[in-house]
Structure formats: C-alpha cells, structure tokens
Design a protein around this ligand. Structure first.
Ligand code: PRX
Length: 628
C-alpha cells in the first residue's frame, strides 16, 4: 500500500503549511536548529532561518550512521556496458576524498565550481563534494558547446572546472576536456585556476592537450587524500548551486538555489511522490546537467537513502531495448522519464519492451513537458502492464522540486493531467489581470513561497524580479499556460513566453536567433516552436540572408549545424526556411504566431495588424513549395 492513501497529508498541509514543511524538515539532520520556518518579504524568502545543515551529510553520513552503509547508492552502467556499484559508504569515502582534493586546490566555501561531465558516478560525487565544503556547483550539461561553457563560466566566475577526458554517446566519444580547453582559450573565462579531469577513456590518450599548471587528473588529485572530511556547517540560506536555464533573452540565467529549503523540498517530494521504500530500485533517466538530475538523482533520492540506477548513454544503444534491459537486469521498481522518450519508444515499437521482463516496475513518472494522453496510455499499458500508477510531475528549474503531481495511492489520475498541487504548495490558474480561474484556461501561478523556490538569478536582481514577480502582486509567475477542469485538476498547456520546450529541454528563441545571425550569411532570424511527433515541440527558424550571400543548396543544413555548434545539439532547428521577408507589426515586432501558422501549414490567422500583409502570404507560398 502507498504511504499516502487519503486526504490526510493534504489536509494537514492546508491547515498549516509552515508546520507541514517544518515537520518534513525535522526528518533531515540539522547541525543547528532554525529559529523561524519562514521569513518572507516578496520576492525574498528565507526558509529555516539560522538553521545549519549540510546537504552531503544528509545524503551520505546520515545513512552510513543509521545502518545503511552497505546499501547500494548507485548502480551504474556505462554505455559500452561497464558496470559499477557504489554503496552509501563508498560514496561517502569518494565524496570526502574529492572534497579534500578540492580543498587542496584552494577551493573554499562560496567559490563556484563548474562541472562538465558525462553521466558517471564521479558527477554526483563532484556535486556532493562541493556541497560538503560549501562550494557552489554549476553543472553544465555535457551536450553544451564551448561557447555555452564560456557564457556560464564567465557569468559565475568559476574558480575550477571538473570534467572528463571523454564521455560515451551512441558509440561515439565526446571530447569533453578538449571542449573545455576551447572554452578556456577565451579570456572571459580567466577566473578558472584549475581543471580536474576524470579519466573515463581507457584507450591511450594520444591527442589530449595538457596544461600542467592548470590541469590535474582526478585520480592523482585524490590519491593521497583522507576519506574523512568534516561537512561544512552551511547556513540554510547559503547557496548550494547555480543552474543555468534559458529565458526570453539571448543570455541564459543562473538560477540560484540555497541549501536548507532545497533539501527539504527535494527530500519530501521524492519520498511522497515516488513513495520510496527500502527495497526500491529507483531510476530517473535524466542527466545531472538538468534540474531533474539535481533533484531526483542526487539530492532527493540520496537524502532518502534509496538505491538507484544511473546510466551513461543513449536509450537506443546498441539496440532500442537498452532501457528495458536495464530495468530487467536490476529489477527497477520506479522509472521516471520524459514524454519525448516515451513517444520515441512508442514509435520504435512494442516488440522491444515486450521482449523483456518489466514486472519489477511498480510506479512510473513523467516530467519535462506535457504528456499527450496517447503517450500516457501507452506508457501505462505497455511499460506499466496496466498496474503501475503514473505520476505526471510539473515543476521547473526555478521551483527546485515537484509542484503539481498526483500522489500514488491518494489521487486518481487522468491521462495528460498533472492533477493537483503537492501538499504545502498553493497553485492556481489566473487571468493576466490576476483573477482566479476556477475552471478553464489561463496562466499558472504559485501563490505562497515554498522551501525549494529559487532565491534569485545569479548577479541579476532586476531580471529575477521582472521575470517572476511582476505579473501579479506577491505571486510567482512560472511562464506556463494551464487550465483547470471541473474537478480542479491542472492541465499544463506549455510555455507562454519566448521559451521553447523542445524534447523536454528549454531553449530561448533569442538564443537560437543570436546563434543564427552569428553566421555570416544571415541578416535576420526569427525562431518559433512547431508541433513535432516525438519532440512535442521542435524549433523552426526563418532567416533572411545578407544581400551579398548566395542561397546555395547546403545552406539550410549549414545553418542547422551552426546553431548546434554555437549552443549544442539540443538547440538544432528541425527546419530552416530561407525567407525574403518576415511578418512584422507596424512597430517592427516579428509576429511569431503567424510564423508558427506558416511553419505548421495552418490557415493564416488575423494579419490585419501587419505592416505588410503580403509578406505572410508570400512566406506561406515559399514554404509550401519547399515542403512540397
Ligand atoms: O513548461 C514547463 C515544462 O518544463 C518547464 C520547465 O523546464 P525546466 O526548468 O527545464 O525543468 C524541466 C524539468 C522539471 C516548465 O515551465 N514542464 C515540466 N514538467 C512538466 C512540464 N509541462 C507539462 N507537464 C509537466 N509534467
């Protein structure tokens, strides 16, 4: 039976949300108690005021001390098939050794450490080692380009970078250290004093460049380190990490999370949403480079002392059954993935999951984008064998932890709905003017502060206030549209700002546009999201060429590759349309809605506000001729 089977937890949280969060917080280990649960002065929250807590001690030492020392913390599989199992005690030792290694390099409390690594156990080890000494980690997804690294390293003024010589993806080696070297050639990154390199590749490292004043192998760094390292008594409001995410400008924003509230939020949601038990084998398929990996691979599950699976590579390598083989092999009981992946599995065919024994599964989760009812039903039937509940969890980098979700056992699900707010969270749908929408569509809003909420944007107070706190008084604006049905259930409709959620990843239209105009052939670019069978939403780019530039045959492909090279493969446009003009309003604003209509082949909407209505008609003809 599930941990929560009725309304009791909701009722308790509704009656006194602060008492509810305090009760959750009591389950963690505090070095010094808090005085007040919350001090709130919109938009500044302090949770567990004056409390002292160490995140890594809650993820490791607490379990080692309570008899779980030999429980597997991470069962890891590399893409080529190599395997490692690390117990909680192993993790504590590795984290402590690496934390001592970081200290020996001069990394201190409050310093920023960038982490650019493949999905190997050393990635969570590096994160927890930073947390142990109070250094602030900034994990940068290993699919990002050298330019993206430069932006993030320079914004945070990182003192050290932790990387690997290589990582595996679909049988290819990603040359991570070489990409870091490229980034560090840029003078904007001169805050970096040390590069620690984990050796993932066992073949001879012929062409690996090495700067012995700056670079050090992970194994050399930890060779003589003690495996005791006292956890730093960090303040509840000390910054735990920065995680960059896309917004509506060309510059990604460094979302800031602090320690106490974030730990309470991820711990409580992991415990109740995934209903974690001692014998569970939990698998979240995200990469630690995204918030899902931070909250539901590293901090939430490990604070709960659960055993989890970590996998390095692609789901279709070497064959399309890799995930189902992993579930069968390790008896995975809880599986948490993204709708994009589910739609790809559907397309690949039932024969792959059908050939494996998935009977160990008892709970399924979905995250990152709206799940269409068809994918939900397939997930339920084919993967869950009709017996595992599905938790469709809505949240964001900014919210730190799951906000809207069913609790298995307590909430009846509906395919495609994230259902209800987690206990202690006040979610609503509002009109742009701030009127409550009881049933129907509007904008998603969060009324009251919650422990794992973002505390700011690194170095940009004004953007923090204007992006999230200026739509309505004292209310958080997440940037999503949503509707509520007759039962009050939430149905998330997607982004309402200039952010595209493609294949479960966030990309700002401006970022892609800047990458396009960076190409010498491009004078102007406009990017929109269009519907896509697998990705949910894909990127379509309209570009105007510079006059002198020929439109040669390969140009579309060249421009797609250019974006991938500037930002990373996740930002690569699905379609590029070379246009002769772009539809603009009389004030010069590009009308993206019309571009979306053109790119999706829909009938054109109202064009009366256009400066030159013939532009759209012309675009549509051009585009149809290309499509045809
Ligand atoms: O649009 C929402 C969508 O993903 C956005 C947050 O993206 P990110 O910060 O990268 O975090 C993704 C993982 C938490 C949201 O603004 N989103 C996330 N989960 C869901 C979702 N949309 C619909 N349903 C969800 N379950």
């Amino acid at each position: 039976m599930a941990r929560v089977v009725d309304e009791s937890l909701y009722e308790k949280a509704d009656a006194d949300p602060l008492a509810f969060w305090a009760e959750m917080a009591q389950e963690l280990e505090w070095i010094a108690p808090w005085t007040d649960v919350l001090r709130w002065n919109t938009p500044d929250a302090e949770w567990f005021v004056d409390g002292k807590i160490n995140a890594s001690a809650n993820c490791l030492d607490r379990h080692v001390a309570s008899g779980l020392r030999n429980r597997a913390a991470i069962i890891w599989e590399g893409e080529p098939g190599d395997e490692r199992t690390l117990t909680y005690w192993d993790m504590l030792r590795e984290v402590s050794k690496f934390a001592n290694g970081l200290k020996s390099l001069g990394v201190r409390k409050g310093d920023r450490v960038a982490i650019y690594m493949p999905m190997v156990p050393e990635l969570p080890i590096a994160m927890l080692a930073c947390a142990r000494i109070g250094a602030i980690h900034s994990v940068i997804f290993a699919g990002f380009s050298a330019d993206s690294l430069v932006d993030r390293i320079s914004d945070a003024k990182a003192k050290a970078i932790i990387t690997a010589d290589a990582g595996w993806r679909r049988g290819n080696k990603l040359p991570l250290k070489a990409i870091v070297d490229d980034a560090l050639d840029n003078p904007d990154t001169n805050s970096v004093e040390h590069v620690v390199v984990y050796q993932r590749d066992t073949t001879p490292l012929g062409d690996l460049a090495w700067n012995s004043d700056r670079d050090v192998w992970w194994h050399d760094l930890v060779a003589n380190m003690s495996f005791h390292c006292r956890p730093e008594p960090t303040n509840a409001e000390d910054v735990l990490f920065i995680l960059y995410t896309s917004g509506t400008t060309g510059k990604p924003k460094g979302i800031v999370h602090t320690t106490g509230g974030y730990m309470v939020g991820t711990y409580a949601t992991a415990k109740y949403v995934f209903d974690l038990r001692d014998d569970d084998v939990f698998w979240c398929t995200a990469d630690c480079g995204w918030v899902t990996g931070h909250s539901y691979i590293v901090y939430g599950p490990m604070a709960n002392g659960v055993t989890q699976i970590m996998y390095e590579g692609a789901p279709d390598w070497p064959k399309r059954d890799r995930f189902w083989r992993i579930i069968e092999k390790y008896g995975v009981s809880i599986f948490y993935t993204a709708p994009t992946a589910i739609r790809a599995f559907m397309k690949w065919g039932n024969e792959w999951p059908d050939a494996r024994d998935l009977s160990s599964l008892r709970l399924l989760g979905s995250v990152g984008e709206p799940i269409n009812p068809e994918a939900w039903v397939w997930y339920h039937e084919v993967i869950g064998g009709r017996s595992s509940p599905i938790v469709d969890t809505w949240w964001q980098t900014e919210t730190g932890a799951i906000m809207i979700t069913p609790l298995p056992g307590a909430v009846t699900t509906k395919p495609g709905s994230a259902t209800r707010a987690f206990p202690g969270i006040q979610a609503e749908v509002l009109t742009p003017d701030g009127e409550t929408v009881e049933t129907g569509g509007g904008l998603l809003a969060i009324r009251d502060p919650w422990p794992s909420m973002l505390r700011g944007i690194w170095g940009d107070r004004e953007r923090f206030v204007s992006t999230y706190w200026s739509k309505w008084p004292h209310t958080y604006f997440p940037g999503d549209g949503a509707k509520r049905d007759d039962d009050g259930y939430f149905w998330i409709l997607g982004r309402v700002d200039d952010v595209i959620n493609t294949a479960g990843h966030r990309i700002g239209t401006m970022e892609v546009e800047s990458a396009l105009v960076d190409h010498p052939a491009v004078a102007e670019a406009a990017v929109v999201g269009i519907e896509h069978e697998i990705k949910g939403i894909a990127i379509a780019a309209f570009v105007l060429l510079r006059e002198a530039h020929e439109h040669d045959e390969d140009l579309e492909q060249t421009l797609k590759d250019h974006v991938a090279q500037k930002i990373g493969a996740i930002a690569k446009p699905e379609k590029v349309l070379i246009a002769v003009d772009l539809p603009k309003t009389r004030s010069g604003k590009i009308m993206r809605r019309l571009l979306r209509d053109v790119a999706e082949g829909h009938a054109l909407g109202d064009t009366t506000t256009l400066a030159d209505p013939s532009v759209v008609a012309r675009l549509k003809t051009e585009y149809e001729s290309i499509e045809g």
